[in-house]
Ligand binder design. Structure first.
Ligand code: ZN
Length: 291
């Protein structure tokens, strides 16, 4: 078709009112294509649907009743990268919650429920003895989208062991976790955070420590644990807890909604590294993960 035929056709169609139809369909197509992307149109719909929350956040921002964390909530709602609650906004703050020494009947499933309810993940550094005892909890951790880390078979200080014993402590957890959920632990946390050059050279997964210690084993008090995290938390933190105390499960119930309200996204350690664009390397011990 040359340009003359084209213009003639346009003229003919517009004469019959088709032009309005064509323009209408085009606008609709543009709107629909925009809706699938992160776009102004999607933002507009998001604003419309979340008017109340956003207005409230604007109040926080104005400083009437809020603080910096609440401003982050405002930022998060207005960045519109997080329209789906389980979508992570890489530009907004995030932290990794980690749970050691489990799984246990006292706390693990209760913690998983809080994480599921809040579209959040965590890393569980399991002990092989417990993993052998509760394979269904290992499955539950994995099916919740959480990460499983290796915390040795029976919570040994690895610096006291020889190479063969260290290998055994790590391999026995891998075997136990793999038989329960089908995959290997992806990271390692040596008990007591204790390692030396020899231990480090033998560990075949990235070593994860922490930079915010809740001391939940000491206080055994949910409110104390929650208050400590809320007072000290910063973007990129790795938070240490233990999923073997009821008080810790209760602390998580208080804490996760509070963190979300403050604008923090709660993710597993490997997700934190991934979203922060960091490749976790062997031979390095990570206490926090910043951009
Ligand atoms: Zn431990």
């Amino acid at each position: 078709m040359n340009i003359h035929t084209f213009l003639k056709n346009v003229k003919r169609l517009s004469g019959k009112g088709y032009l309005i139809y064509i323009v209408g369909v085009s606008v609709l197509c543009i709107m629909l294509s925009q809706f699938s992307a992160k776009s102004h149109f999607r933002s507009w719909v998001h604003r419309l649907l979340n008017k109340e929350t956003i207005n409230k956040s604007v109040e926080y921002e104005a400083g009437t009743e809020g603080d910096y964390g609440q401003f982050l909530t405002y930022y998060r709602y207005n960045s519109f990268d997080a329209c789906n609650p389980d979508e992570v906004d890489v530009n907004a703050p995030m932290i990794a919650l980690t749970f050691d020494d489990g799984p246990s009947e006292k706390a693990t499933e209760r913690i998983l429920q809080v994480l599921r309810d809040n579209y959040s993940h965590a890393t569980f550094f399991v002990v092989g003895k417990q993993s052998d005892k509760y394979p269904e909890l290992i499955q539950s951790i994995a099916s919740s989208g959480c990460e499983i880390g290796n915390h040795t078979y029976d919570h040994k200080n690895l610096t006291d062991l020889n190479a063969e014993e260290i290998g055994q402590q790590i391999d026995d957890v891998s075997r136990s976790v793999k038989s329960a959920c089908g995959s290997d632990p992806t990271v390692i946390r040596p008990p007591y955070g204790a390692y030396d050059d020899e231990v480090m050279s033998l560990l075949d997964k990235p070593v994860i420590l922490w930079d915010l210690d809740t001391e939940d084993w000491s206080s055994r008090n949910a409110q104390t644990v929650c208050d400590k995290v809320m007072a000290e938390v910063k973007d990129g933190d790795i938070v240490l807890m233990h999923d073997i105390y009821e008080s810790t499960a209760e602390a998580v119930e208080l804490l996760v909604p509070k963190l979300k309200q403050k604008g923090y996204q709660v993710v597993s350690v490997s997700e934190l590294a991934n979203y922060k664009g960091k490749q976790l390397e062997l031979g390095t011990a990570y206490g926090k993960i910043k951009q």
